[in-house]
Ligand binder design. Structure first.
Ligand SMILES: Nc1ncnc2c1ncn2[C@@H]1O[C@H](COP(=O)(O)OP(=O)(O)OP(=O)(O)O)[C@@H](O)[C@H]1O
Ligand SMILES: [Mg+2]
Length: 432
C-alpha cells in the first residue's frame, strides 16, 4: 500500500530529525503540496491566534516521485497538484517553533488522486488544520471580480453583463414575467419574506434547449441588476474544475458577505443534481443551506436538461419557486424580428422567404444563419445579401447539424476496438 510506504518514510525522517519527539500520524490534505497554494501562502502568514506559517523545505524521498499537474490561470500556464515531500515550518500560539513532515503521492498509475500524510507534533493539530484550510482555499475555485460581477468557475468562465434587454428576442410576455418576478422580489418581496421570518431567497429556473438565449437573458438581467446597485454573482457551468458543490459554496460566501441585494446566477444546475452533490443542492433549494443575506438573494438557475431535474425538485413546491421555459422560436413574427436583428442594416424584405424555416430553431441558429450569409457576401465584396445566399446559409447550417447529429451517434464506437473492449490512450479510456 502506498500510504504505508509514505508513513514509513515520514517516520524515519522524523526520527532522524527530531529523535524522541512525539508526533501524530494523520491523513493530510493534498492541497498543501499544490503549487498554487505554495505560491500563494507566503511565509509569515498568520494562521490562528499568534501562530504563523514560516515556510517550507522540500525533502528528498525515495518513495515519492515528484510530479505536477498543470492548468491555466488567466493566460498563464501554472503548475497545480503536485506530489512530493515537504517539511512545513510553523510557530505556534506561544511563539514556539515546530515542524510538520508531509508527504503526498499518487496511489497508482490509473487513479489520479493524491494521497497525503502528515506527522504533526502533539498539541499542534489546530495550527496544522488552519494551515490546511488556507491551502485548500487557495486552490479551490476562485472568485474573480469583473465590473462588479463575481465570477466563480474555471478560467474559461466568460460572462459579460453587457447585453441590452431589448436585444434579447423572446416572447414579450415571457420577458415581462421574468423581469417582473425579479423586480417584485427585490422591491416588495424581501420585506414580505422577512415579516414571515423566511430567509429572503427566491429561486427561479430557466429551462430550454441549447442556444435559446438563457445565458444571454442572464447577462441582460445582470446588466440591469448592476444599474440598480445589486451585486451579481455568476457561477459557471461545468468546466475544467468540474461542477462541484464547492462552487456553490463559494458563491454563497460571496452572497453572504454582499450586504446588498444579490442576483445569483447558477449555470447548468442539473450538473449538481448527480452523485454526492445532489443531497446538498436539495438542502440549498429547501433553504437548509441557503445563503443568509438579509437584503435578499434571487437565484436564477439555468438548465438545458430539464429531464435531469426529477420530480423531487419539480413537483415539490418551494424547491424551485418558478420555472420559465425558454422555447425555440415558435412564431414567424418572432423569427422575423430575430432575423432582422442579426441582418441589421443589410435586412431586405425579400429575406422573409427563409423565416418559416427558422421555426423550432433556437436563437443561436438564426444568428449563425445571418452571420454566415453576411460574411460570405462581404467576402465576395458584395454589400447586398441576396435571398439565395440566405437560403444557402440555412441549408448549409441544417446540413451541418444533421452531420453533427450522425457524428455524435457514431462517436461512441470510435474509441472501441472491434471486439468492444475500450482502447486505452494516455492513461484514460473512452468507456463513457
Ligand atoms: N432569444 C435570443 N435573442 C437574441 N439572440 C439570441 C437568442 N437566443 C440566442 N441568441 C444568440 O445565440 C447566442 C447563444 O445563446 P445563449 O448562449 O444565450 O444560449 P443558451 O440558452 O445559454 O444555451 P446553452 O443552453 O447552450 O448554454 C447568444 O449569444 C445570441 O447571440
Ligand atoms: Mg448558456
Amino acid at each position: 500500500m502506498q500510504y504505508e510506504r509514505l508513513v514509513q518514510w515520514a517516520k524515519k525522517t522524523w526520527e532522524e530529525r527530531y529523535p524522541g519527539q512525539f508526533y501524530m500520524t494523520i491523513w493530510a490534505s493534498s492541497e498543501c503540496s499544490n503549487k498554487i497554494a505554495q505560491d500563494q501562502v507566503k511565509p509569515g502568514r498568520r494562521l490562528k491566534g499568534k501562530a504563523r506559517y514560516e515556510g517550507l523545505e522540500e525533502l528528498e524521498s525515495t518513495v515519492i516521485v515528484p510530479i505536477s499537474d498543470y492548468g491555466s490561470r488567466g493566460r498563464q500556464m501554472v503548475l497545480t497538484a503536485t506530489s512530493g515531500a515537504f517539511l512545513f515550518k510553523f510557530t505556534d500560539m506561544d511563539g514556539e517553533p515546530f515542524d510538520v513532515v508531509y508527504a503526498s503521492s499518487y496511489y497508482d498509475d490509473d487513479v489520479q488522486d493524491l494521497t497525503a500524510v502528515a506527522l504533526v507534533p502533539e498539541g499542534k493539530l489546530e495550527v496544522w488544520a488552519a494551515f490546511e484550510g488556507i491551502c485548500a482555499r487557495a486552490v479551490r475555485p476562485r472568485i474573480r471580480r469583473r465590473r462588479d460581477v463575481y465570477i466563480i468557475g474555471g478560467t474559461d468562465a466568460f460572462f459579460e453583463p453587457t447585453v441590452e434587454w431589448k436585444d434579447v428576442i423572446l416572447d414579450d410576455r415571457l420577458k415581462h414575467d421574468i423581469f417582473d418576478d425579479i423586480e417584485a422580489f427585490f422591491s416588495e418581496g424581501v420585506e414580505i419574506y422577512r415579516k414571515l421570518k423566511l430567509t429572503p431567497f427566491r429561486k427561479l429556473l430557466l429551462a430550454g434547449v441549447p442556444g435559446t438565449g438563457k445565458t444571454m437573458l442572464c447577462a441582460a438581467l445582470a446588466k440591469h441588476a448592476l444599474t440598480e446597485r445589486r451585486i451579481v454573482v455568476y457561477v459557471s457551468g461545468s468546466d475544467r474544475d468540474g461542477a462541484t458543490f464547492e462552487k456553490i459554496q463559494r458563491a454563497f460566501q460571496a452572497v453572504a458577505s454582499a450586504r446588498l441585494p444579490t442576483l445569483l446566477i447558477v449555470e447548468e444546475i442539473d450538473a449538481y443534481l448527480r452523485g454526492d452533490d445532489k443531497a446538498r443542492i436539495l438542502n440549498v433549494l429547501d433553504g437548509v443551506e441557503s445563503p443568509n443575506n438579509p437584503r435578499g438573494t434571487l437565484m436564477m438557475a439555468t438548465t438545458n436538461y430539464p429531464d435531469a431535474i426529477d420530480d423531487r425538485v419539480f413537483k415539490r413546491p418551494g424547491r424551485l419557486d418558478r420555472i420559465f421555459v425558454v422555447p425555440t422560436i415558435e412564431e414567424e413574427l418572432l423569427a422575423e424580428k430575430m432575423l432582422r436583428h442579426y441582418m441589421a442594416e443589410q435586412w431586405m424584405e425579400e429575406h422573409r422567404i427563409v423565416v418559416s424555416r427558422l421555426l423550432n430553431q433556437p436563437g443561436a441558429f438564426v444568428r449563425e444563419v445571418a452571420l454566415h450569409a453576411r460574411m460570405l457576401a462581404a467576402h465576395e465584396r458584395k454589400t447586398v445579401v441576396s435571398p439565395e445566399m440566405l437560403e444557402n446559409s440555412v441549408n448549409s447550417l441544417l446540413r451541418q447539424m444533421k452531420l453533427d447529429g450522425n457524428f455524435l451517434a457514431q462517436r461512441r464506437p470510435l474509441g472501441l476496438e472491434r471486439d468492444g473492449t475500450p482502447r486505452r490512450r494516455s492513461g484514460y479510456d473512452y468507456r463513457d
